[in-house]
Design a binder for this molecule. Sequence first.
Ligand SMILES: [Zn+2]
Length: 404
Amino acid sequence: MGALASTSRDVAEKILETPLVSSVREDKVVWEEERNGCYSVKSGYKLAMCYLIGSDKYHVMGNWNGIWKAQAPHKARHLLWRLCRGCLPTRSRLLKRQVECTLNCHVCDEEIEDELHIFFRCAVARDSWSAAGLSSVLHNAMYQQTNVMDRIFAICSNESSDTVGRVAILLWCIWKNRNDKLWNDNVQMSRQIGRHAFDAWNDWTTEADLVRWEKPDLDWVKCNVNVAFVSGTGRTSMGLCFRDNSGHFMAGMTQWQQTVISSVEGEAWTLLLAMEEARHRGLNRVQFESDSKVLIEAIHMKRRGNSEFLSIVHDILSLMSSFINFEVKFVRRQKNLVAHTLARAANSWASFHSMKNSVVVVLLCVGRNIISVARIDVVLATGWLRGAQLCNIYTAACFSLAAK
Ligand SMILES: [Zn+2]
């Protein structure tokens, strides 16, 4: 009985924590799998397949997220995925499927061509590793599994997403070289393959780095918003910041709620919060930027529907109808870095935090990845930065968040 009472109290607390949307007046049945809240066969099928794959023989255990988080072009990550799913058309696999072909490696002609040989045992592949600057990773004793899938998952679990990305590009170049030889009779030296992989990764990251935040037009203010879900905390946290035409920080805000809502609902909620904050501050020419394509499209298309998400969109649209100089725009994640960082940092502050005073936030990066964020006073008081520097941190970017 006691347990039951505490369970129902838990439920009651959960209900009270649910954020309310002012335009929703009555309870209704909502199909969660669709953004408009209405049932469709497509989403029903997807849900059923999810249960099937989650429960039976189709599910392959492994660090799949590690593959998709790799910092590399999609084609290279897709190659890793094909390798782990065992669906790359190597000669040994083709023969198993009754395709007539010779069995030997087309590049060295010394051993049977299977995945392990092409990427890890073939002399040409092995010689390309050092030119790509990856021999210490690929020769590591931890990654000598006889199964290619186990090798890749081990690399994904132990190396940074940048290193996994570089490995992915190198494997892609090795596969491309094999096909080039097979179909076009083009032969590359192993050093060229490795060098090409090295350059391709550098070009790709530089290109990704060129995408940066842009200043708003004269007399306009730009507001970036973002939401974050910190795993294990059960919290949804939001971050937003206002910057002027010279790029100076005007104000920032973070907030977290002890509730987990869907990411689109979180994005919509944060944007609504930002618009209310802009109204409160008397700003009327504001360009709001979010990296949620779904949200921005829903606003531009003035979508209507049953779901919580579209109810928040409805509130945003009605606010925008009284503020005709509120604009919303989609931006890529890289252009939304400050809001993204603030949302992730929200957890280290009180549930509502407004940066009125001068606060300096330190971003600690390994490569292009922000691994942590903290207030400078906290960092200095704990000596945490020195400890962190020892862990191979080579970029510490500071920005001054001074209120005007
Ligand atoms: Zn070979």
